[in-house]
Write a protein that binds this ligand. Structure first.
Ligand SMILES: C[S@@+](CC[C@H](N)C(=O)[O-])C[C@H]1O[C@@H](n2cnc3c(N)ncnc32)[C@H](O)[C@@H]1O
Length: 278
């Protein structure tokens, strides 16, 4: 029987099972694999083509940012860093951040980004929710957030989420990093400030309209969105104008108001829902 997308569920499940067997993608959330399988089936004429198309999609939304060798190094460093302290721990965190395309270019600007986040937190405590976090939780020691801030983070990579969870708990036992597909599950959307860093286009590539849907589903005092101002290859190609327009449109559609702040190679929007007052 076909499901509502017109796809035979058994075939989709077989494609997802093939993806789960691959060394590169077995660590991903099952919801992400199912969505990629459905994409593959819609874009490949045979099942083998569907698996290839699904893998291309997973590359685009996940491994393009963190190739397998870099991920392996990050996991190794992360297990050491959870136990370390002081300057050694900071050095190891920097080494982890350098391994991911998104966090690497942010390193010289972590002080300014920390101030941006602090400007959205209450006077005491507060919660930060980092959606599609990648390796960003390892930036925590350089963000200089108050020690009582609870940091919650979600990403689709199970092993990295586990490593980041151990790391975050060393700062605050209430902090958590979980393996979750943010498009498939709307669980856990409440925080003083939600970070959606460089993930809006990644969401859109998985399901059209999902970035706006995730934004609207938030129960947050403030949201900090960001867009890259250069491609993975370093080209700028009019990205600033395009993302300014895209960011403003997404915020307006979600009923939010915000201001733009460019820090390094990244365009941030600090925004809040209009109905709660900006
Ligand atoms: C461009 S990276 C940004 C990482 C991080 N936010 C940063 O700026 O450093 C995109 C991230 O989104 C994650 N991701 C992709 N699709 C996702 C989904 N549906 N749910 C949760 N995370 C997702 C990927 O694993 C990857 O870490």
């Amino acid at each position: 029987m076909l499901d509502k997308t017109g796809i035979e569920p058994d075939v989709a499940a077989c494609i997802a099972a093939e993806l789960e067997k691959s060394a590169k993608y077995s660590c991903l959330n099952p919801d992400t694999l199912s969505r990629a399988a459905a994409w593959g089936l819609a874009h490949g004429r045979t099942n083998a083509d569907a698996v290839k198309a699904a893998k291309r999609k997973l590359h685009q939304i996940y491994s393009a940012f963190l190739p397998a060798a870099a991920r392996k190094k990050a996991l190794k460093l992360a297990s050491a860093v959870a136990e370390g302290e002081g300057a050694g721990r900071l050095e190891a965190c920097m080494a982890i951040l350098r391994l991911h395309a998104s966090t690497a270019e942010r390193i010289p600007h972590l002080g300014a980004i920390g101030r941006l986040i602090r400007s959205c937190l209450p006077d005491a405590g507060g919660t930060v929710l980092d959606l599609a976090c990648g390796l960003n939780p390892f930036a925590l020691p350089m963000l200089d957030l108050p020690a009582d801030v609870v940091y919650l983070a979600l990403d689709i990579d199970r092993d990295l989420a586990l490593a980041a969870d151990r790391f975050l708990k060393a700062f605050n036992p209430a902090s958590i990093c979980e393996c979750r597909d943010v498009i498939s599950s709307s669980q856990g959307r409440h925080a003083d400030v939600v970070l959606m860093l460089k993930c809006m286009t990644t969401f859109e590539r998985q399901e059209k309209g999902s970035a706006a849907w995730v934004l609207k589903s938030l129960d947050a005092g403030a949201v900090i969105l960001s867009f890259p101002l250069a491609s993975l290859g370093g080209k700028k190609k009019g990205m600033e104008g395009n993302y300014r327009e895209a960011g403003q449109r997404m915020l307006a559609d979600a009923g939010m108001r915000g201001e733009e702040v460019v820090i390094g190679n990244e365009m941030f929007f600090r925004a809040s829902f209009e109905r709660r007052g900006a």
